[in-house]
Write a protein that binds this ligand. Structure first.
Ligand SMILES: [Zn+2]
Ligand SMILES: [Zn+2]
Length: 312
C-alpha cells in the first residue's frame, strides 16, 4: 500500500455518510436499492459515496443481472482494522436498534432479516417477541458483545409460563443466541418482561426490563383487540400484527426499558455434564445427574417413582 492509497482511504473515511455506509454493510452484502431505501437518500448520491469507498478499496462490488451489490472489503489487516474501528465507533447510541427516532428506521431495516428469522422461528408475528428481540439487541450492544453460538453468554429471563406476552422470550433467544436448547437461557419465573444477560468471559452483566409504557397504545391495536376476542395470532392479518410491532420498534428505548448494569447476580454457570446411561427399567437414555439408584438398579426419575427432578 503506497501513500496515495492511504490518502484515498482517509479521504473516503472523512465523510459521515460513508462511515454510515460502512457500518451498514457490517451486516452483510446489500444491493444499491436496499441501501437507498435504508438511508432514504437518492440513488445517485448513494452511488457517488459507494464509488469513493470502492476506489479506496474499502468496499467491493458484485453485479447480478441488473442489480449491483456492495460488501465490505477487509482483505488486508490495515483495512480490517479501520473498518472495525468505524463500526465500533458508529454503533453506540446512534446506530443502536431504534435508539433514537431519527436513526430508528435505519436500524429496523438493517435488522429486517433478524425480524424474519424471529417470526419464522416463533411461528407468528407479534409485538411481544419483537420487544424481546429489541431488548436482546440492546443488551448485546451494552455488553459490547455478539450473539453467542456457545455458552459464552447466559440469559436469566424473568418471564413465567402462563402470563401473556411470554413470546418476549423467543425474541431474546433469537437476538442473543441464548437458547433453551443450549442451556444458557434460564427462566427465573418472576412474570416480568425482563432479563439479565451475563457475559461469563468478561463477567459483565446487564439487566433490561420493560416498563409497560406502551400498554394502552398496544391495547388499542386491531391485533390486540382480536387477541382479546380469542383469535389466534396466526389468524390475524400481517398488517395488523405489524402495526403493534412497529409501536414496539419505534418507541425510544429509554422510555420503555429500564437498562441497568448489574453488579452481583451471584450467577454460577451450570457445569456441563456429558455422561449418560440407559435406564435399567425403561431402556431410555438418561443424563447422569438425573439417574437414580433403585436397589441394584440405575434408573430414570420416572422409573424411580420420583415426582420431580433436581440438579446438583
Ligand atoms: Zn408471539
Ligand atoms: Zn426409566
Amino acid at each position: 500500500m503506497n501513500t496515495s492509497d492511504l490518502v484515498k482511504i482517509f479521504k473516503a473515511l472523512s465523510d459521515e455518510t460513508r462511515l454510515k455506509l460502512l457500518a451498514l454493510l457490517e451486516n452483510g452484502e446489500l444491493c444499491v436499492c436496499e441501501i437507498v431505501s435504508i438511508l432514504k437518500m437518492s440513488q445517485p448520491k448513494v452511488s457517488f459515496h459507494l464509488n469513493i469507498l470502492k476506489d479506496a478499496g474499502l468496499v467491493k462490488m458484485r453485479k447480478e443481472g441488473t442489480r449491483i451489490f456492495y460488501s465490505l472489503d477487509d482483505s488486508n489487516l490495515f483495512k480490517r482494522f479501520l473498518i472495525l474501528s468505524v463500526i465500533e465507533n458508529t454503533k453506540g447510541k446512534t446506530f443502536a436498534f431504534g435508539s433514537n427516532q431519527k436513526e430508528g428506521g435505519v436500524i429496523m431495516e438493517i435488522k429486517k432479516d433478524l425480524l424474519k428469522l424471529l417470526f419464522d422461528f416463533h411461528g407468528h408475528k407479534c409485538w411481544a417477541s419483537a420487544l424481546g428481540l429489541r431488548a436482546g439487541l440492546i443488551a448485546l450492544r451494552e455488553l459490547k458483545t455478539q450473539r453467542t453460538g456457545t455458552r459464552s453468554l447466559y440469559c436469566l429471563i424473568e418471564v413465567g409460563h402462563a402470563h401473556g406476552a411470554v413470546c418476549f422470550a423467543d425474541g431474546v433467544q433469537v437476538a442473543t443466541g441464548c437458547s433453551i436448547g443450549k442451556g444458557n437461557l434460564i427462566k427465573t419465573l418472576k412474570g416480568k418482561l425482563a432479563f439479565t444477560l451475563i457475559d461469563i468471559k468478561n463477567w459483565k452483566e446487564i439487566r433490561i426490563a420493560y416498563n409497560g409504557k406502551l400498554k394502552d397504545k398496544i391495547a388499542n391495536t386491531a391485533f390486540m383487540k382480536k387477541r382479546a376476542a380469542g383469535i389466534p395470532p396466526t389468524e390475524i392479518p400481517d398488517e395488523e400484527a405489524m402495526e403493534a410491532i412497529n409501536i414496539v420498534l419505534e418507541a425510544p428505548e429509554d422510555e420503555i426499558f429500564f437498562i441497568s448494569p448489574v453488579k452481583d447476580t451471584n450467577f454460577e454457570p451450570p457445569e456441563e455434564i456429558l455422561g449418560s446411561i440407559v435406564c435399567d427399567i425403561c431402556g431410555e437414555w438418561v443424563s447422569m445427574p438425573y439417574v437414580r439408584i433403585l436397589g441394584e438398579k440405575k434408573v430414570c426419575i420416572d422409573c424411580a417413582g420420583y415426582t420431580e427432578g433436581f440438579e446438583r
